[in-house]
Write a protein that binds this ligand. Structure first.
Ligand code: HEM
Length: 131
C-alpha cells in the first residue's frame, strides 16, 4: 500500500498512526481536510507518508478532534509491508544500439552497392559495345 499517490485519479494525502503495538498502523487520507484543519495544512503535509503518531499526540488534540478522524480513516496496514526505504527505479530506457559497427557497415553498403551496380552496368555496356 502506498502512502501517497493517486486514488481514483484524485490526489490524496495520507499519514498513519500506530495502533495496538507496532503491528498495525491506521491510515488516514486527509486530502479533503487540508483546508479545514485548524492547525493548518502545512503540518498535515509534513506528516504524510510516515508515522505521524508523535506529531499528532504532541499537539494534544481534543476528543472532538479525535472523533473527527473517523471521517478520514482509510484502513489499517501491516507495518511489515511498509518499505523502510523507497528505492528509485528509473523508467525503462528505449534500447539504443550501443554498437555502432553494424550501423557503419550499413551506411557503407548503402554507398558501395549502387556504385557497384553502376560499375557493372558501365562494364557490361563497355564490353557489349566493343564486341
Ligand atoms: C485526521 C487527522 C486530524 C484531525 C481530525 C485534526 C483535527 C484538529 C482539530 C479539530 C484541531 C483544533 C484543536 C482541537 O480541537 O484539538 C487541530 C489542531 C491542530 N492540529 Fe490537528 N488534526 C489532525 C491531524 C493532525 C496532525 C497529523 C498534526 C501534526 C502533524 C496536527 C497538528 C495540529 C496542530 C499544530 C494544531 C493547532 C493546535 C493549536 O493551535 O493549539 N493535526 N487539529
Amino acid at each position: 500500500m502506498t502512502h501517497e499517490g493517486s486514488l481514483d485519479g484524485n490526489e490524496y494525502v495520507k499519514f498513519y498512526t500506530r495502533l495496538n503495538s507496532i503491528v498495525l498502523e491506521q491510515v488516514y487520507d486527509v486530502t479533503k481536510f487540508l483546508d479545514d484543519h485548524p492547525g493548518g495544512d502545512e503540518v498535515l503535509l509534513s506528516a504524510t507518508g510516515k508515522d505521524a503518531t508523535d506529531d499528532f499526540e504532541d499537539v494534544d488534540h481534543s476528543s472532538s478532534a479525535r472523533a473527527m478522524m473517523d471521517e478520514f480513516f482509510v484502513g489499517e496496514i501491516d507495518t511489515a509491508t511498509i518499505p523502510s526505504k523507497t528505492t528509485y527505479t528509473p523508467p525503462k530506457q528505449p534500447h539504443y544500439n550501443q554498437d555502432k559497427t553494424s550501423e557503419f557497415i550499413i551506411k557503407l553498403l548503402q554507398f558501395l552497392v549502387p556504385l557497384a551496380i553502376l560499375g557493372v552496368a558501365v562494364g557490361i555496356r563497355f564490353y557489349t559495345k566493343s564486341a
